[in-house]
Write a new protein. Sequence first.
Length: 258
Amino acid sequence: MSKLTEYDTTAGVRGLGDRRSVHRVHRGLPWMQILLVPVAMAAVIAYLTLRSPFLYVPVVAGLLYAGIAGLRRIPPAHGVRTAVVYEGGVLLAHPRSGPVTYAWQEIDSTGHDRGGSDIGLASGGLRFTERAPVTAIWPAGRAEPVVLAHVVRQNKLSEALEAGIRPRVLERLRATLDTEGAVRLGDLTVTDEGVTLRGGLSGTAAAPAVIEWRELAPTTAAGPSLLRIRTGAGRCDVPVRNAAVVGDFIEETRELNV
C-alpha cells in the first residue's frame, strides 16, 4: 500500500471526503548555488584534464560544495512532511508520529506569510536558517499553531485551507453575535452598533474608541493576521486571526445595521 493510499484510507475513516491536493516536502537549491554547479563541474574536468596542482583548491571547494548542497536537499527530520487537502479537512503526515487529521470545523484559523519567515532547519546533519514562505494552522483548543514550513506550493495550500475553514468561521462569528450580542477579537469588538477598538485608533488612548457603522470605512485585510480599520479620523491595523474572513463578517454586519 502506497503512502498516499494509506492517507486516503485514514482520511476516509474520519469522513474527510475526496482528495483535493497533495503538498510534499521539496528541498530546492537557491539560485546562487544552482549557478555554482557548472563552475564546480568545470573545475573538476579541468583538473582531470590538466593535472595542475593549482587546481587543487577549486576541485576541493567544488567537491565540498556538492556534498553540502546534497545534504541540504535531504528533507528535515522534524515537522510536517506531507499535507493532503480533502473536501472535508486536511491530513498532515509527520515522519515519526504518522498522519494527523483535522476536519475543517476543528481548525480555528489559518495564516500565511507570503514574504517568508526565517526558519531553522536541521537537514542531512546540518543546521542552518533560511527564508521561506510559511503557512500555519491553529487547531481548536491549541494556543500554538502547526507550522507547515517545508511543503511546496504554499500559496495554493494556504488558499485551500482558508477556503475550507471560511464558511465555518463565518458561521461561528454570526452565532456568537446572535447569542452574546458581541464578538470579541483581541483589541477589536464587533456589535450591532459598530466596532470598538481598545486603545483607540492610535493604540495608546486611555479609553476605547467606539466607531459607529456610519463612521467606519470598508475594512480590508492588511495581511493574513492584520485587519485595517479606517475612519475619517485615521486608521490602524488590528491583529486578528483570519483577517480576510473577519473583514467579510464586519462588512456583512454593517450591511445589516446601516
